[in-house]
Design a binder for this molecule. Sequence first.
Ligand SMILES: Nc1ncnc2c1ncn2[C@@H]1O[C@H](COP(=O)(O)OP(=O)(O)O)[C@@H](O)[C@H]1O
Ligand SMILES: [Mg+2]
Length: 202
Amino acid sequence: MKLITEGAEASIFLDKDRIVKKRHKKSYRIKELDEKLRLFRTKREAKIMEKLRTIGVAVPKLISVKEKDTTIAMEYVNGKKVRDVLNNSNCAEIIEKIGIMVAMMHNNNIIHGDLTTSNMIKNSNKIYFVDFGLGFFSDKTEDKAVDLHLLKQALNSSHSKISDKCFAAVVKGYMKDNSDSSEVMKRLEKVENRGKYKGKKK
Ligand SMILES: Nc1ncnc2c1ncn2[C@@H]1O[C@H](COP(=O)(O)OP(=O)(O)O)[C@@H](O)[C@H]1O
Ligand SMILES: [Mg+2]
């Protein structure tokens, strides 16, 4: 097994054609809480991955879940992080696809919880989503709007020069296939205004 990346929450190993994601101990957390959290997020991640596969969102195929070791094994997606490939000429196309897939998740009341371009992998013409440990199930417009807001913030911070163009593409994709997209977009405005207000008061 070869360590390919050490994230904030987990170590990611490549083992032949599979990825092994192991959530490691966090010594700054109380032991019992740490164990509960890691187990919860491991189970949650596996559950959401399985659900998304059934609705046709591209996610790595789940191979096994070892609750005792808070470890998930999944298919290796051969590709690059969207974060590393996104540019001015491909963003409209790539991001519109992402918008369509986020709408599919939201239509099924699945909130990703960490929509950044590091959690998306581009493999030929498909965009795969990973990292569902913060995901949850919700039909609330507010939760969907906050999910999009986080994506917008991620685009602003990682792709600042093209973020407006990118977010317009997210919205274009999202509006194509979401039954309550106008409500979510309206709510997004509120979420953003709330953010601005908070910022001013500080
Ligand atoms: N199934 C996979 N195939 C290929 N690369 C992956 C896979 N899962 C994760 N990665 C890579 O590992 C990185 C970290 O994985 P991630 O699940 O996002 O963990 P973290 O919680 O540490 O962010 C991802 O950004 C991606 O580059
Ligand atoms: Mg991640």
